[in-house]
Design a protein around this ligand. Structure first.
Ligand code: SF4
Length: 474
């Protein structure tokens, strides 16, 4: 679990948690920040307090609840709860949309589990259904049918059942694997955590699927029939590690193809460029693709500080610009007087890209063309990426020409949606593209997005994440 979670620390920096079960009791360790090094003294102490043969863990990136340190720690997963003798521990990746309705529905029975963020709600809801139905598959089915949002869940019941399931759209990743001697079974958001432990990856969970484990291996149950798959397209461009695989394809291969696509889509810009460089690290693989397709030299002119590990996008707002400023250094002689193509995974708020471009200009770059692999983000995400208002998105208010002006680039060249879809190897109707098309795979998210967009266009100032402030119930 330790190495598996460390291999996925890029998915959440704000806190981490480990939980084990010995057949009688849950044991938990939680703390803020990245998972500490194995050598640290504190780790030996809390490793010793986690007995048992089943465990789950989580690294958290806040997309619901408050963002002060106390609230982040309170919202750290895995979480545990009990109801009339039933016990449950859960870890989940995603974000719930009908939080207002779920709070109303569950508050009364859980006065001892006050709401801190959406993980409390999914735990409460599953416990209520488990108590009512006395059957995990039936309880999970009810959660899948009534919870709007993205949830890839792993959990342990008081009976010692170790299970995992995905929402009916399979928005967030979750795969299963086993150790070579078939003594240990595991679930993981990304395949890299299995591979790092020498495990064999068996399968990606299907949308609407529940998987339970026993000494004989996995038992798979398709709870929702014919679900509409809507896998998050942003995983390919930004979130996942390049050495992870989704549906048999490595993420790095897809990112390289993104780079080749943009070259084919903007031939005039390529003609007016001398070299390609990347914003490390998610821009590295697309830069390789640009180099291969265009023949332009890929200069490693932007270097990343090896020991500043935070990813700018998932940092809290206040920390983002200062981190990028210290994390990326430009090798002046390589860019001085040159016309650059700079590959970047996405432009969300525009603030970090502006900082990077300014550094390149200060180093003497003559022209800067941004090649952005994720198409223009025009709408909020309701499913686990913390861009939950229109106001914070530069692409919701400005076209590419205006964005180029604001961030100081000569042009911003977004990959087309068609190009992105083709490179993933998925069909368009198997992906979530909501933040770049405005078409949300779940009904309440669509309703909230549409309502807020109308208000936003009339000048309304949003008061926080839409799904936490809207108050709409289905
Ligand atoms: S809205 Fe965008 S970021 Fe959110 S799940 Fe869909 S594709 Fe991913």
């Amino acid at each position: 679990m330790y190495w598996g979670l460390r291999a996925q620390n890029h998915r959440g920096h704000q806190s981490h948690g480990f939980l084990t079960y010995n057949g009688e009791q849950f044991f938990v360790h939680k703390n803020l920040d990245l998972i500490p090094k194995l050598k640290s003294n504190s780790i030996k102490e809390w490793f010793g307090r986690l007995p048992g043969s089943i465990g789950i863990g989580n690294v958290r990136y806040t997309t619901s609840g408050k963002c002060d340190e106390t609230s982040i720690l309170e919202g750290t997963q895995p979480i545990t709860a009990s109801l009339n003798g039933l016990k449950l521990a859960l870890s989940f990746n995603g974000n719930l949309v009908n939080t207002v309705q779920l709070r109303k529905e569950t508050d009364q029975q859980f006065s001892d589990l006050p709401y801190t963020c959406d993980s409390d709600l999914i735990c409460r809801k599953l416990l209520i259904e488990l108590e009512k139905r006395k059957d995990l598959a039936s309880a999970v089915g009810e959660c899948m049918r009534t919870i709007d949002g993205a949830f890839s869940v792993t959990g342990i019941t008081g009976d010692g059942d170790f299970f995992a399931f995905k929402d009916q759209h399979g928005i967030k990743p979750l795969c299963a694997g086993h150790s070579p001697e078939e003594a240990t079974y595991a679930f993981s958001s990304e395949s890299v955590s299995l591979e790092i432990n020498g495990f064999i990856r068996d399968f990606e969970l299907e949308p609407g699927e529940l998987v339970t484990t026993s000494k004989d291996g996995f038992k798979r149950q398709q709870i929702i029939k014919n679900p509409r798959k809507a896998f998050c397209a942003f995983e390919y461009a930004y979130f996942a590690r390049p050495d992870s695989r989704f549906d048999g394809k490595y993420v790095y291969e897809i990112r390289e193809e993104f780079g080749r696509n943009i070259v084919r889509e903007y031939p005039e810009v390529v003609k007016d460029s001398d070299i390609v460089l990347s914003v490390p690290e998610t821009g590295d693989d697309p830069a390789m693709g640009v180099h291969e397709e265009s023949g332009l030299k890929w200069e490693r002119a932007s270097r990343r500080h090896r020991y500043v590990t935070e990813r700018a996008f998932i940092l809290l707002n206040r920390d983002r610009c200062s981190t990028i400023d210290r994390k990326i250094n430009i090798l002046g002689p390589k860019v001085d007087g040159k016309r650059l193509i700079v590959t970047e995974d996405s432009i969300v708020r525009g603030d970090t890209t502006r900082v990077t471009i300014e550094k390149m200009r200060n180093s003497g770059a003559k022209k800067i063309y941004m090649f952005v692999t994720f198409p223009r983000i025009i709408g909020p995400c309701f499913y686990g990426i913390d861009m939950a208002t229109y106001g914070q998105l530069i692409g919701s208010k400005h076209n590419p020409e205006e964005i180029a002006k604001i961030i100081g680039a000569d042009a911003v060249c977004y990959q087309s949606i068609e190009g992105l879809v083709r490179a993933t190897g998925q069909r368009r109707d198997q992906l979530c593209l909501a933040c770049i098309t405005g078409e949300y795979p779940t009904p309440l998210a669509q309703k909230m997005a549409d309502e807020m967009k109308k208000k936003f266009l009339k000048g309304y100032q949003e008061k926080g994440r839409i799904y936490e402030t809207c108050g709409t119930s289905p």
